[in-house]
Design a protein around this ligand. Structure first.
Ligand code: PGA
Length: 253
């Protein structure tokens, strides 16, 4: 069976002290649990190099939380895929609902970033999901389809090969209310079938995550679902005790 993929998205949180403490604590348990999971850490990009320095021999992967689709030039405040490669990160979180909402990223912009990420040999982690109102109106599947369709339009049939896709219902992010494991499985099954259908290729390889209030209490029931390859953890990943516990639980899966 595939090793569960556990992604820690620190968002705009943390500092050097947290990085030090976090790495020190998780290093201790590395051998016990970490080889049974694929761990991807996503602190703010500015701390990645420092985190790597603290890690010494610990081998963990990194994701950045955003990237620009321009390679270089007069784009103040942006970070390119080349820079992401230079600091040694392998993954790029794209289309997170907080970027869609706070930075007005629409499906087209997300698709351009996705394209740029892929052609520069980084792995996109595409976040998709619906709002509470869209869910209430029965629009979940059509919203997800739209978010996926734009990627196909810009990136072609093989768009999702070797990528990660995270179903993150907006109503579950940071609310303490996760989607039920049964619903997660149902939606991920839908996403998988839809991507395979649109790719016209049953051999296409991509991995599916769930994100939205994943915690020590619910991870066990989420991670064991058939279509769940892993989880994307936000606030729960800032506390190393909770993070370690979640990894420990996922190792027993
Ligand atoms: P949360 O965030 O775990 O704090 O709900 C998840 C996410 O935004 O990816």
């Amino acid at each position: 069976m595939l090793k569960p993929i556990i992604i820690a998205n620190w968002k705009l949180n943390g500092d050097k002290i947290l990085v030090q403490k976090f790495i020190k604590k998780i290093s201790f348990d590395y051998k016990k649990y970490f080889k049974k999971n694929t761990i991807i850490l996503s602190p703010p990009i500015i701390y990645i190099e420092y985190m790597k320095k603290c890690m010494k021999n610990l081998k963990l992967s990194f994701a950045v939380q955003n990237v620009d689709y321009n390679y270089q030039g007069a784009f103040t405040g942006e970070i390119s895929t080349y820079m992401v490669q230079e600091i040694g990160a392998k993954y790029v979180i794209l289309g997170h609902s907080e970027r869609r909402k706070n930075h007005f990223e629409n499906n087209l912009l997300v698709a351009k970033k996705f394209y740029c990420t892929k052609i520069n040999n980084l792995i996109p982690i595409l976040c998709i999901g619906e709002t509470k109102n869209e869910k209430k109106s029965g629009l979940t599947k059509s919203i997800l389809k739209k978010q996926i369709d734009e990627i196909f339009l810009i990136c072609g049939k093989n768009a999702f090969n070797n990528t990660l896709i995270a179903y993150e219902p907006i109503w579950a992010i940071g609310t303490g209310t996760n989607a039920s494991p049964i619903l997660i499985n149902k939606i991920l099954k839908f996403i998988k079938k839809y991507i395979i259908y649109k790719s016209d290729n049953t051999n296409i390889k991509f991995y599916m995550q769930y994100g939205g209030s994943v915690s020590t209490e619910n991870i066990k029931d989420i991670i064991c679902q058939k279509y769940v390859d892993g989880v994307l953890i936000g606030s729960g990943s800032l506390n190393y005790k909770n993070f370690l516990k979640m990894i420990q639980i996922s190792s027993k899966n």
